[in-house]
Design a protein around this ligand. Structure first.
Ligand code: MG
Length: 202
């Protein structure tokens, strides 16, 4: 399976990262399956970074194979949603961006993709809201409709380049409020008022 992640998909996050131009197409990158972290297992801060940040994101799972999927048919390719964290080594990412290098060391490392259980989209509707609490304080909050590129647009775009297969998952980008994690932090994520994950940083 593939883990596909979208960058720069919320205006308020792009602004906090001092990026004011709107992307004209989705920007995506991949993580390997070794990045997955499930079942509320603790996240261990890797020793190669001094600035690991959380990015809470809605995650969709592909349920049929497809290539060159038209936007108007994209909704047929997913039926479940989860909440995840795209952990990012911000200091390494800054280095990569400065040198124009690929991002993998900053984005694709082991356990950098936290994922909750998946729930049926029908139980929560088309425009789910989600939020992240760090140590009991709400730090991120958004709705699916706040995305610059909807999941349907994302699927149409990605599938021009990559065949999507059953079980592939798509992280759809993060809203404003990203921040550093410290050992001892507790991260709790919600879709609507349903708790999706609750784990510790160690
Ligand atoms: Mg992200």
């Amino acid at each position: 399976m593939k883990i596909i992640c979208i960058g720069w998909n919320y205006r308020d996050h792009n602004k906090e990262m001092r990026r004011n131009d709107l992307p004209d197409k989705p920007i995506f990158f991949l993580k390997p399956d070794t990045a997955l972290l499930k079942d509320n297992k603790p996240f261990f801060v890797p020793d190669f970074s001094q600035q690991v940040e959380y990015e809470c994101e809605l995650v969709y799972r592909i349920n049929r194979i497809g290539k060159n999927i038209a936007e108007r048919f994209a909704h047929r390719y997913y039926s479940e949603i989860a909440l995840g964290i795209d952990f990012t080594a911000r200091d390494l990412q800054a280095e990569c961006r400065q040198k124009g290098s690929p991002w993998e060391i900053a984005k694709a490392f082991d356990n950098s993709a936290t994922i909750s259980q998946f729930i049926d989209l029908q139980t929560i509707g088309k425009n789910p809201s989600f939020c992240l609490f760090k140590n009991g304080t709400k730090v991120q909050e958004a709705k699916a409709e706040d995305m610059i590129f909807s999941i349907d647009k994302i699927i149409a775009y990605i599938s021009k380049f990559l065949t999507l297969k059953i079980g592939d998952i798509i992280y759809t980008g993060t809203p404003a409020g990203v921040g550093k994690v410290e050992i001892g932090d507790r991260l709790q994520g919600f879709i609507g008022d349903r708790e999706m994950f609750d784990f510790l940083v160690k």
